[in-house]
Design a binder for this molecule. Structure first.
Ligand code: ADP
Ligand code: ADP
Length: 228
């Protein structure tokens, strides 16, 4: 579902953010992405979201080579990728329901479809009873779950998370991880960037480790065979 082939990313000529990264994630796989600050985690996620383009190598998502994807097709690709942020980026001037509905409204879904899909997403994160509330009235863990509902509301095959438990205590972090696990069980490919080594160890899942832009563990490639 996600494949990096010898991917290098340079923002400027003398600095390499990612160097010859190889890995592939299957449908329904859940993996972590770890590494020190500046290791290249955000860059790797941005390449999947087509917010950046590789300097060399190939990025393939859902069978589609993203390198030379025409600009006009980027919004279409992004619909297939749900993204969860640390600071959840909810809007406090509207209800929980309206926050989750945003991606569907952008796509021009019908009100009936929006109602059905938003409630299905809120149900999956256990917040069906809070749809009329303002996100400000919710706890940090609940706000993060609203962010997750918004990320999955149009059923993307890929879910990316950037430090999704950064502001949460261990118990709430475990709840969020259980949600991610459940999405992977229904076939969603989940990649979670995190510094939280305790959490990574507890989950015992495949872990891609970046060090100064190099993938030093968890990778695999068609060229080199499985490694790490
Ligand atoms: P991480 O998410 O692991 O902290 P990043 O992917 O943000 O790492 O950064 C990897 C490297 O690329 C760092 O050295 C960072 O300074 C550099 N970098 C990231 N974004 C840019 C940018 N837009 N322009 C120039 N350098 C960047
Ligand atoms: P529908 O309205 O199409 O019946 P549901 O929301 O009831 O949709 O979901 C149908 C099934 O699809 C559920 O088991 C759900 O968990 C699963 N599913 C598949 N892909 C995703 C995804 N990306 N996000 C959320 N659920 C998904």
């Amino acid at each position: 579902m996600i494949e990096f082939r010898q991917v290098t990313k340079r923002y400027d000529s003398d600095h390499t953010a990612l160097a010859q990264v190889n890995f592939s994630l299957n449908r329904g796989e859940l993996a972590f992405l770890t590494g020190h600050s500046g290791a290249g985690k955000s860059t790797l996620l941005k390449l999947i979201m087509v917010m950046e383009r590789p300097s060399a190598g190939e990025v393939v998502v859902g069978g589609q080579l993203l390198n030379r994807l025409p600009r006009r097709q980027i919004p279409y690709i992004r619909r297939h990728i749900g993204v969860v942020f640390q600071n959840h980026q909810l809007l406090f001037d509207r209800t929980v329901f309206d926050n989750v509905a945003m991606p569907l409204e952008v796509m021009g879904a019908s009100p009936r479809d929006i109602g059905r899909r938003v409630r299905a997403a809120l149900d999956k994160v256990g917040l069906l009873n809070k749809e009329k509330m303002n996100p400000m009235q919710l706890s940090g863990g609940e706000q993060q779950r609203v962010g997750i509902a918004r990320a999955v509301v149009n059923k993307p095959p890929v879910l990316l998370a950037d430090e999704p438990t950064g502001n949460l205590d261990p118990e709430l972090s475990a709840d969020i991880m259980n949600l991610f696990t459940r999405f992977s069980q229904v076939g969603v490919t989940v990649l979670i960037a995190t510094h939280d080594i305790g959490l990574v160890n507890e989950m015992d899942r495949r872990t891609l480790t970046l060090d100064h832009g190099r993938l030093i563990a968890g990778g695999s490639s068609p060229l080199q065979g499985a490694a790490g």
